[in-house]
Design a protein around this ligand. Structure first.
Ligand code: NDP
Length: 465
């Protein structure tokens, strides 16, 4: 029997994705650089083994797949992808399709797409971790519509399903569009996690709450507007006990966050696009600060520990998190719009919100409403959609209270505070950039526009006049 599709790289994600594909009834040929891994995978495939064709050379892999072939690459992003593409080149036909499903930098995907590869190429963002890959990830494709259509049956079959049954798999646009959208997803993931952690800190340090009590609050929030995978797992991780000491697990975990770079890429790209995403930038900054443990300990020794007691009603904390989350997503979607213009993609914002509704790490109830609000008018900032404008109007006083009381009591809330500052900037018709324009004109004769329309683009700054 010939395989419907092939897969290279039976690591954590590749193995889970291959089993998912086999389970949905598609015969899949697999190959891994280390042959023992392929053998172990096939031996452990159980009932699904009948749909798995293990191969031990790249040529055998290619021969096992029905033409025109489709092959998923699930290897580490970067050079391994270029190496595999080069290794496949002599073995494939011009109408064969290679799908890079790793966490590629979308600039690399654009480069590969434009590099004249001797076969068809798709870049595909896959979110949901190992569990998602095995039972239903969110899938963000990039490439031509006809190439996507060739594998759309497989991708929609293996993807997560939203509440209304829609598969969370779609083509986002050409070339790097899928990896771009996956990157912004990860940036938002950083921000969601950081805002939850900031609120957790208020409860732990401001109100001396035990992890178990914090877990109860998260669990309650997960039945309301904040219902989401990240709130759900926050309830779970704060409830867990350390098997070694019996203490709450979170209390024995070092407060130094790791990162693989996609949050940083989002922040850097946003700067290139002149797209303001301060909540995501603050989240990346906070991870970078978290890594500097020795400096933080020295700072605490010199200046004293920052957080002081600060009691805030958990309902207010919940509202603050709701506000922060809406502001963050509004920024993320604005960044996606900016990329549409820059890269010539027609990124479909409501479709992106729909794809994120299930399977991925940032899946949440609120994304249903975001998809609906963006569908009304994709060009409008999410905070201006009536549904969200009302929610924000209700929740902003809570965010303001948390940020101001928290700051007064020494709580670092960079993501929540950045969201609030952005919101206030976004509803200030007369800002302060008039002074900046005057300064720029003073030192650099950069000129300015006047509010009265008079054509006198320079100020009376002496030497320049
Ligand atoms: P793993 O480290 O578990 O597996 C890597 C796989 O790639 C292995 O099969 C390995 O083969 C193979 N490989 C490594 N280097 C090379 C190379 N130079 N040439 C050929 N094959 C190579 O990684 P993951 O499965 O976690 O990640 C794979 C991709 O998926 C990455 O791009 C990652 O960023 C992305 N991703 C990961 C997620 C996760 O939650 N883990 C979530 C979403 C995306 P061998 O057995 O020979 O070492």
């Amino acid at each position: 029997a010939q395989a419907r599709i092939g897969l290279i790289g039976l690591g954590t994600m590749g193995a889970a994705l291959a089993l998912n594909i086999a389970e949905k009834g598609f015969p899949i040929a697999v190959w891994n650089r280390t042959t023992e891994v392929t053998r172990a995978f096939a031996a452990n495939a159980g009932d699904l083994a009948q749909n798995v064709i293990p191969t031990e050379t790249l040529a055998d892999l290619v021969a096992a797949i029905a033409k025109p072939r489709a092959i998923i690459l699930m290897v580490p992003a970067g050079q391994p992808v270029d190496d595999q593409l080069a290794a496949l080149a002599p073995l494939l036909d011009a109408d064969d399709l290679v799908i890079d499903a790793g966490n590629a930098d979308f600039h690399d995907t654009n480069r590969r797409d434009g590099a004249g590869l001797p076969f068809r190429f798709l870049g595909m963002g896959v979110s949901g971790g190992e569990e998602g890959a095995r039972h239903g990830p969110a899938i963000m494709g990039g490439g031509t519509a006809s190439d996507w259509d060739r594998v759309a049956d497989v991708m929609t079959a293996i993807a997560a399903r939203a509440e209304d049954g829609t598969p969370c798999a779609a083509r986002m646009g050409d070339a790097g569009a899928g990896h771009f959208v996956k990157m912004v997803h990860n940036g938002i993931e950083y921000a969601d996690m950081q805002m939850i952690a900031e609120i957790y800190g208020m409860m732990r340090d401001g109100m001396a709450m035990e992890a178990a009590a914090i877990s109860d609050i998260f669990a309650r929030w997960n039945t309301g507007v904040l219902q989401s995978y990240l709130i759900e797992i926050s309830a779970k991780v704060t409830a867990a006990a350390d098997p070694h000491t019996g203490k709450p697990m979170v209390d024995v975990i070092l407060d130094r966050a790791g990162q693989k770079g996609t949050g940083r890429w989002t922040a850097i790209e946003a700067q290139h696009l002149s797209a303001p995403i301060p909540v995501i930038e603050a989240a990346v900054m906070a991870r970078n600060v978290s890594a500097r443990l020795d400096e933080r300990l020295a700072g605490e020794a010199r200046f004293g520990a920052a957080p002081q007691p600060c009691a805030i009603d958990p309902q207010v904390l919940e509202q603050a998190l709701i506000a922060g989350k809406i502001l963050c997503y509004a920024q993320g979607f604005t960044m996606i719009s900016a990329a549409s213009g820059r890269f010539g993609w027609t990124l479909d914002l409501p479709e992106i919100a729909r794809v994120w509704r299930a399977g991925c790490i940032i899946r949440s109830a609120m994304l249903n409403d975001m998809a609906a609000a963006l569908a009304e008018d994709p060009a409008r900032n999410l905070i201006m959609a009536p549904f969200f404008a009302d929610l924000i109007e209700t929740a902003i006083p809570a965010l303001r209270q948390v940020v101001s009381q928290g700051a007064a009591a020494g709580h670092a809330l960079p993501a929540l505070a950045s969201g609030l500052m952005w919101f206030d900037l976004m509803r200030t018709g007369r800002g302060t950039a008039n002074l900046i324009q005057a300064q720029r004109d003073f030192f650099g004769a950069h000129g300015f526009q006047r509010i009265d329309g008079l054509d006198a683009p320079h100020g009376p700054w002496g030497g320049l006049a």
